[in-house]
Write a protein that binds this ligand. Sequence first.
Ligand code: NAG
Ligand code: NAG
Ligand code: NAG
Ligand code: NAG
Ligand code: NAG
Ligand code: NAG
Ligand code: NAG
Length: 271
Amino acid sequence: MGCNRNCGLLTGAVIGAVLAIFGGVLIPVGDHLIGKAIEKEAVIANGTIAFENWLVPGSSVYRQFWVFHVLNPSEVLEGAQPQLEQRGPYTYRVRYLPKENITENLDGTISYMLPNVALFEPDMSIGTENDTITCLNLAVAAVPSVYKNTLMQIFANSFIKSSKSTMLQNRTVKELLWGYTDPFLDKIPMVSNSVVGVFYPYNGTLDGLYRVYTGTEDIKKTAIIESYKNKRNLSYWEGHCDLVNGTDGASFPPFVKKDQVLRFFSSDICR
Ligand SMILES: *[C@@H]1O[C@H](CO)[C@@H](O)[C@H](O)[C@H]1NC(C)=O
Ligand SMILES: *[C@@H]1O[C@H](CO)[C@@H](O)[C@H](O)[C@H]1NC(C)=O
Ligand SMILES: *[C@@H]1O[C@H](CO)[C@@H](O)[C@H](O)[C@H]1NC(C)=O
Ligand SMILES: *[C@@H]1O[C@H](CO)[C@@H](O)[C@H](O)[C@H]1NC(C)=O
Ligand SMILES: *[C@@H]1O[C@H](CO)[C@@H](O)[C@H](O)[C@H]1NC(C)=O
Ligand SMILES: *[C@@H]1O[C@H](CO)[C@@H](O)[C@H](O)[C@H]1NC(C)=O
Ligand SMILES: *[C@@H]1O[C@H](CO)[C@@H](O)[C@H](O)[C@H]1NC(C)=O
């Protein structure tokens, strides 16, 4: 009985020791193997898992807008302070079309054009696209800065009057964001395109050229934008804000740490 018990203990100890050694070896080996597999699949190259997810972002991307509605338009036109009411969010699904004109370059980068498309998401919005908002008349408000010459301002004024435009206007959310034909600009013979909108033109246009790192040379740089429209800076802001820094917001490099800052670039706001 004593021997059996000892043998049992010994066998148990040996098995335990062997397992501990295996475990000790397998943890780093496993980590290494998994790391290698991720490094292989995370690279943006036709055929990898990352490429599929990169071509069309794997998760939906939404853009939300809030607008301010003027509650006291007639008082404002007589010089009172506007009383504003925030409306929204108006949610649009964006980036659901695959990237276009994809070219794999020899220097470890890949370039593409990003198709702009926006689809209204009623379930994620408060109100509809047809909600009418009383807001600033963008075209009329721009006159003093566009036409500095007094004579031109007098002409512009007569067009504003004849088109029955005022400093404020009623527009639907859809018109405001994506464009509408402005009656005042329509009257001015010098203006060839009288469509105004905060994001006009958007639907059906292409954004880019983007050139991003694929990660073949340095996995930490995967999806980071190398250049935008063949430039590293925007020539718009001062200092490092002017740099095109980070990814396009839909893909990020693997092995991101919890405390790491993720930067992304949005061409719509030039940041
Ligand atoms: C990926 O490669 C396949 C086969 O070479 C080709 O048919 C396909 O068009 C490529 N995909 C893209 C997005 O370039
Ligand atoms: C497609 O990509 C190439 C290479 O980056 C570029 O020269 C060309 O202008 C692009 N074409 C379009 C239609 O954007
Ligand atoms: C943009 O185009 C898509 C597809 O043609 C359409 O479904 C969507 O309603 C359009 N969005 C806007 C804001 O016009
Ligand atoms: C918004 O207006 C358009 C055109 O007037 C109409 O076709 C559409 O059904 C309206 N949408 C809603 C949610 O009322
Ligand atoms: C906007 O609509 C409101 C309510 O329908 C109306 O009282 C106001 O006069 C309109 N404003 C303009 C600039 O058309
Ligand atoms: C933008 O970057 C280029 C080099 O990439 C540099 O020559 C130029 O001065 C920069 N422009 C601004 C405004 O910072
Ligand atoms: C991005 O900006 C940060 C902060 O200014 C800077 O440290 C970093 O080097 C920049 N990265 C690139 C790729 O320019």
